[in-house]
Design a protein around this ligand. Sequence first.
Ligand code: C2E
Ligand code: CA
Ligand code: CA
Ligand code: CA
Length: 279
Amino acid sequence: AKELGRNNYQFYAAEMNHKAQNKLAMFEGLHNAITHGAFELAYQPKVALQTGQIIGVEALIRWQHPEQGLVAPDQFIPLAEESGLIVPIGEWVLRTACMQNKAWQDAGMGAIGISVNVSARQFREEDLLKRVAQALEDSGMQAEYLELELTESLIMQDLEKALETMRALQAMGVQLSIDDFGTGYSSLSALKSFPIVRLKIDRAFVRDIPHDEDDKAIARAIISLGHELGLKVIAEGVETVQQLDFLRANQCDEMQGYYFSRPVPASGIEALLRAHSSP
Ligand code: C2E
Ligand code: CA
Ligand code: CA
Ligand code: CA
């Protein structure tokens, strides 16, 4: 038994070591990616359910790793957040998204908004407001076209401070939305005080529509809650025509999902806009 315990310990230590090494390698990789410009943005259209028009896009980061190929954000955003590298990465995302939006505006692509995910660490940075203002100024894009996606947990970490930051962003003309709505812990009384324009129904509640009655009830409840509060409601992760029909029948305003388009490079958005613009 002693022998076994020792082997187990060695196995455990080796495993821990392996994990730590992976983490370190990932950290170094991320650091290199920042200096070598290995990130890209993919854009996923948001579509108005009544008209079928593309009203905006969500910018989603992609990491082109020299050996591993494309690495999904779920695999590196948590470490970026933990290590603080999310601050320069988020800054790059924001500035790139603003410049891309300005290029679309200049090319006459219409009133297309762009939304950017903001992590908790990035939101809490002292100079967030300055950085957003700078990104808008340097790109020359209109503030009204920029939307920042925040999560309930990010806001609830320090509600008073978050409200202050949100109001300042709103005063700059930037739009705010709540991402992954329904998965966090904001109270209804807190929600009422958020200066936001949009709720995004989390994919978890969309996935099993139309089979799951509970998810359908939750989606309907979020839609009416959003509307009662004067907000637009968008559903994410829409993959099937049945989901689309359900959402449309229940007055959801907008949708995003593979059913319409996967996240694509900027050129893909330009092609979609040409195909879906009004005559
Ligand atoms: P999210 O903000 O909830 O973004 C939506 C995710 O759902 C994206 O995954 C998108 O590709 C995926 N998706 C969209 N439509 C469908 C669908 O119909 N079916 C399915 N199965 N998935 C769909 P992605 O791009 O892998 O991003 C994952 C998460 O990583 C994002 O979730 C967001 O939390 C984070 N993330 C992505 N880009 C950034 C960024 O620039 N900054 C920060 N802080 N986080 C980011
Ligand atoms: Ca998002
Ligand atoms: Ca989301
Ligand atoms: Ca989500």
